[in-house]
Design a protein around this ligand. Structure first.
Ligand SMILES: Cc1cc2nc3c(=O)[nH]c(=O)nc-3n(C[C@H](O)[C@H](O)[C@H](O)COP(=O)(O)O)c2cc1C
Length: 189
């Protein structure tokens, strides 16, 4: 298990197509969700939940995505529709992080949304801590209400991310990170 700070300093996303089996086991999934749900949550509202896509269920979800894509693009080439069908089947495991943020008398909705982002990031870090890799993406279907309905989301629920998880086939290249001098200031009073 890598040292925590080293893991945080070196983690980088791996493309969904570069994530292969094995995926985390059932016991490891419990660890992932335990970590993902251990995030700051103003008001203890649990304003997020998780949906696991694995095995054939990934393609069943893909069928729904492809059907909606085809309805909007009746002239699409079959290979394009087939690609839409495999959206959630590129990696062996996909976890949808669902935001359940809703208006509340005391807790701003914005803070509930941020908590879902924290849950997604904890899920990603825990994945790497277990020796796997991940990619947090959304893509068009995360924003299509018909797809969200078909995946079982309630009308107020939204996708914070589809976190793709698996074993990396190759290390991915790092990307430039923002220079600290550009993003960190010290308040001068
Ligand atoms: C909320 C959210 C949604 C994202 N959606 C996409 C996406 O749809 N497609 C994509 O290529 N990258 C998307 N990304 C970016 C990927 O996570 C990208 O691989 C990542 O920024 C690389 O960062 P890293 O090098 O620190 O791992 C998204 C990131 C976030 C936070």
């Amino acid at each position: 298990m890598p040292d925590a700070l080293q893991l945080l300093q070196t983690r980088r996303s791996v493309k969904p197509v570069d994530l292969v089996a094995p995926a985390p086991s059932r016991a490891e999934l419990d660890t992932l969700f335990t970590v993902a749900s251990r995030v700051p949550d103003h008001g203890k509202l649990t304003p997020w939940r998780f949906i696991i896509f694995e095995g054939d269920a990934r393609c069943a979800a893909g069928d729904k995505i492809a059907a909606i894509f085809q309805a909007d693009h009746p002239d699409a080439k079959p290979e394009h529709v087939d690609f839409e069908r495999t959206r959630l089947a590129r990696a062996p495991l996909v976890v949808a992080v669902v935001s359940r943020a809703a208006p509340h008398v005391k807790i701003p909705e914005w803070e509930q949304v941020l908590s879902a982002g924290a849950a997604a990031m904890n899920l990603v870090h825990a994945t790497y801590a277990l020796g796997y890799a991940a990619n947090w993406i959304t893509e068009w279907y995360a924003y299509d209400r018909r797809v969200l309905d078909a995946l079982g989301l309630a009308p107020h629920e939204r996708i914070a991310g589809f976190v793709h998880i698996g074993t990396p086939v190759r290390p991915s290249e790092d990307r430039p990170r923002p220079p600290l001098a550009e993003i960190v200031t010290r308040f001068g009073g």
